[in-house]
Write a protein that binds this ligand. Structure first.
Ligand code: PEP
Length: 251
C-alpha cells in the first residue's frame, strides 16, 4: 500500500520569521497518518530542518543542478540540499520549465543527481490549457513521464506530481473525472516504463488544492496525495489539507 504524501511548495516565499508556520504544522501533526513535506526556498532549508528536528515533517528543496559541483553560479547541487537537511527535491515544476526552459531530459538528469545524493525526486508534469483544449493532455503527460524519469527510478526515490499548468495558482481545478483520467494514464505509463516499481510510485495531484476541495480530490482513484503551493504557506490551511488526506480512502 502506498503511504500518502502531503507536500508543500513554498516557492519564492518565506523568511526566517515564517519558520513559525513549520513549527505550528509539526505541532499539529505529531503522529501523522501520512507523510508531510515542506519545500521552502533554499535559504531556509537548513534552518527549517534544524527547527523541525525529529518531527515527522520532512524538508525538501525546489530544484537542484544535474551535476554535483562546478562553475554554476547560483545553482545548488543535490548533495548540498541533502547536506542542509533535505530529504526530497521538487524537479521539473512548470514554473521552472517555463522560467528556465527546463526540458524533460534536463529534469531526468536532475532526478538522477537527486537519486545519487539519496534524495527522493518529486517529478512534476502537466499540460497547458492550450494543450488540454487541443485534446493533447494524455499525450503530453505521457511524453513528459517517459522523458523526465531517469534510469534507476524506484518507488523509494521517485514521486510523480501531476500539475495542470492552468490550475497552478489560479483557483481553478480539473474535474475529478479529469484528474482520474490522467492519474490512471500515468499509472499505466509507469507500468510500461517501470513494471517492477509502478504500483508503489506515489502520484500526487497539484494545482489549487485548498481545504475546501481537498477531500473531493483525495477521493479520486490513484491520487496518493498533493503538491500544494499557496495553501501550504499557512499551517492552518495546510493542516486542514493534511487532515483530509489522513482520512481519505486508500488510493
Ligand atoms: C504548485 O506550485 O506546485 C502548486 C500546486 O501551487 P498552488 O497550490 O498554489 O496552485
Amino acid at each position: 500500500m502506498r503511504r500518502k504524501l502531503a507536500a508543500g511548495n513554498w516557492k519564492m516565499h518565506g523568511l526566517g520569521a515564517d519558520l513559525a508556520e513549520a513549527t505550528a504544522l509539526s505541532l499539529a501533526h505529531p503522529a501523522p497518518g501520512c507523510d508531510i513535506l515542506l519545500c521552502p526556498p533554499a535559504t531556509l532549508i537548513s534552518r527549517m530542518a534544524a527547527t523541525l528536528g525529529q518531527s515527522p515533517v520532512a524538508v525538501g528543496g525546489q530544484d537542484c543542478h544535474a551535476t554535483d559541483k562546478g562553475a554554476h553560479t547560483g545553482d545548488v547541487a543535490a548533495a548540498m540540499l541533502a547536506d542542509a537537511g533535505a530529504t526530497h527535491v521538487i524537479l521539473g515544476h512548470s514554473e521552472r520549465r517555463a522560467d528556465h526552459g527546463e526540458s524533460d531530459a534536463q529534469v531526468a538528469a536532475k532526478a538522477a543527481a537527486a537519486q545519487g545524493a539519496g534524495l527522493t525526486a518529486i517529478v512534476c508534469l502537466g499540460e497547458t490549457e492550450a494543450q488540454r483544449d487541443a485534446g493533447e493532455t494524455l499525450a503530453v503527460v505521457g511524453r513528459q513521464l517517459e522523458g523526465s524519469l531517469p534510469a534507476g527510478a524506484t518507488a523509494a526515490n521517485t514521486v510523480i506530481a501531476y500539475e495542470p499548468v492552468w490550475a497552478i495558482g489560479t483557483g481553478r481545478t480539473p474535474t475529478e473525472e479529469q484528474i482520474a483520467e490522467v492519474h490512471a494514464a500515468l499509472r499505466a505509463g509507469l507500468a510500461r516504463l517501470l513494471p517492477a516499481e509502478a504500483a508503489g510510485i506515489r502520484l500526487l495531484y497539484g494545482g489549487s488544492v485548498k481545504p475546501a476541495n481537498a477531500a473531493a480530490i483525495f477521493a479520486v482513484p490513484d491520487v496518493d496525495g498533493a503538491l500544494v503551493g499557496g495553501a501550504s504557506l499557512k499551517a492552518v490551511d495546510f493542516s486542514a489539507i493534511i487532515a483530509a488526506l489522513e482520512t481519505a480512502p486508500p488510493a
